[in-house]
Design a protein around this ligand. Sequence first.
Ligand code: FAD
Length: 373
Amino acid sequence: MTSTVYGAIILGGGLAGAALAAALSPRVSLLILEREAHLGHHASGRSTGMFIPSYGGPIIAALAEASRPYFEAPPGEVAPLLTPRDVLHVSRRPSAAPSATALPVSPAAIHILSPMLKTQGLRSAWLETGTGELDAVGLHQSLIATAVRQGAGLRQGVRPQILGHDGAVWRLRIEDKELRCSALVNATGAWADETAATLGLSPLGLTAYRRTVVLVDPPEPRPQVLAGPIIKDLGDRFYFRPYGQNLLVSPCDETPSPPTDAQPETGDVALAVARLKQATGYQPQQIKHRWAGLRSFAPDRLPVIGWDFRAPDLFWFAGLGGYGVQTAPAAGRLAADLFLGTETPATSGISGHNPQQFSPMRLAERILRATKV
Ligand SMILES: Cc1cc2nc3c(=O)[nH]c(=O)nc-3n(C[C@H](O)[C@H](O)[C@H](O)COP(=O)(O)OP(=O)(O)OC[C@H]3O[C@@H](n4cnc5c(N)ncnc54)[C@H](O)[C@@H]3O)c2cc1C
């Protein structure tokens, strides 16, 4: 039996595992283990790739803005990952501006920006700029390629068995091979609490919520609709956006789900069509494509990043919720800094926020809250 020792083994090759590996691989020998045969089989391959920093509160906004330079100029010969597209936020209730720079939009201007939207009944509309669409698959590949170029190993389609910590290192088995590592990283997305349970640890209360997406033909006038903004309901009842030659529609469903290979439910697909019709009057003839994925949140809806004091050298990077694409580069750098114990806003490139908000103490607080020890 062969035996290899790594600085860290990262469980999970989604955007979380990939982003941490890209940031950590210059300093730590890494192996990423992904259970599925293909990277992006779960949440990271099912997102709608929107870059809306205001979506998720000030900490998410800081992480998204700190990720922007990576999206605009990714390393290597990779084309920019961010395509600018404005967001038209609408609401049937009087609503505050979603961001400090959002501009109020009159009903007449709504009609020009998005001729498909019914303006009757809308009480607020705001235009947010600096937003756009991300190439989520390209981002994932770029982060993985960066990690591998810097020496990280990657194994896909393996079912790691965690044998335990022997007082010096973690011991794992994949197939007939025993692996050893100084630190174990839990980047298993919707499975993060389940992964902790296999180590005998109580859950941190992460919940996976299913979200559904459908693609339909855009309504007329097609060229304007396809060139138009992302349309997002401030009450989180729907968003629509051009997606190639299609219109992407989500009813913003959040149905709690066990960690699983999420599939779209008929009722949620119908809800997407109903909300599109309610907002625009448009009834698509057919659903061209549909999918669903799990967005995993901690109770406070902020990422879970840090060392777990209940186990030796166990690090978490999970709970990226509905923001794991737009925050991945900076969240990965922040996680690497916390891993190395070198966290400062300067190294993470995140300005305007107290690093204590992201410090390991946060994870300790979470554990204490979740387990009531
Ligand atoms: C419908 C939808 C729309 C979204 N839209 C956006 C958006 O517009 N903008 C945005 O920023 N974010 C969006 N997101 C959120 C984003 O996709 C997620 O935050 C992000 O992909 C989470 O990445 P992750 O690596 O934590 O999880 P995952 O991608 O699920 O990766 C976790 C991986 O761990 C693996 N794994 C599990 N257990 C083990 C184990 N024991 N050993 C090895 N591997 C294991 C799994 O197979 C999985 O591949 C959306 C998500 C969904 C579902």
